[in-house]
Write a protein that binds this ligand. Structure first.
Ligand SMILES: [Zn+2]
Length: 210
């Protein structure tokens, strides 16, 4: 199996990016790539998804969330708000994290619950002084079907891979490799550093005067 990974940049046209990522350009889903991001990039992507959801509504996209904690923290409880459902009830995903289990797997450490309308859940922050740990979640709000089968079914806990990278939107989001325009008019994939139709390189483009 060809697992040729490259470092490049990806984006979703008109919505997200570009972000630095690693991916296998020959592994495509309907023509889209499946990028792997560092935790820092996931933090930026999470911020961007949440900003768009606040602006355009939670019915049009998945949001990404990073919950920061410590390996020795006591259990913590987090509330992720996702606007309202079709009846006007608030949609909330309750995330319960048992931090000491994070070193085994996020799947073991994290439990997802829904909450009935009118019930208030009080969040508790992580504490502790041990190694930093992070829980990465994707919430697919457009799939929400009600408080009983909403939260758990629309939330994915994303485990890091062996390199500590996270696949977000793999085989689902329409990620494509970002490109750069050469002064000669050729567009090149971001990781192609020598223009495919002239002698210029990505880093040695003539500067346009303003
Ligand atoms: Zn060129």
């Amino acid at each position: 199996m060809n697992d040729q990974q490259i470092e490049t940049r990806v984006g979703i046209e008109g919505v997200y990016g570009p972000y630095e990522a690693k991916l296998n350009p020959s592994k495509l889903w309907n023509g889209w790539v499946s990028p792997r991001f560092t935790l820092d990039t996931v933090r930026q992507l999470a911020k961007d998804t949440q900003e768009i959801a606040e602006r355009d509504g939670f019915d049009c996209l998945e949001t990404v969330h990073v919950i920061e904690g410590r390996a020795d923290s006591p259990n913590s409880v987090h509330v992720i708000d996702g606007g309202t459902d079709s009846k006007g009830n608030p949609r909330q995903v309750i995330v319960h994290v048992r931090w000491p289990l994070m070193d085994e797997s996020a799947e073991r450490a994290v439990n997802i619950f829904g909450v009935r309308p009118g019930v208030h859940v009080e969040p508790t922050e992580p504490s502790g002084e041990g190694e930093p740990r992070a829980v990465v979640l994707c919430v697919d709000w457009p799939l929400w079907r009600g408080e009983d089968n909403g939260a758990d079914q629309v939330t994915d806990v994303v485990e890091p891979d062996g390199e500590g990278r996270y696949m977000i939107g793999a085989w689902k989001w329409v990620w494509r490799i970002a490109w750069w325009w050469c002064a000669c008019g050729q567009d090149n994939d971001w990781h192609v550093t020598d223009c495919e139709s002239c002698d210029l390189t990505r880093d040695a483009q003539p500067q346009k005067s303003a």
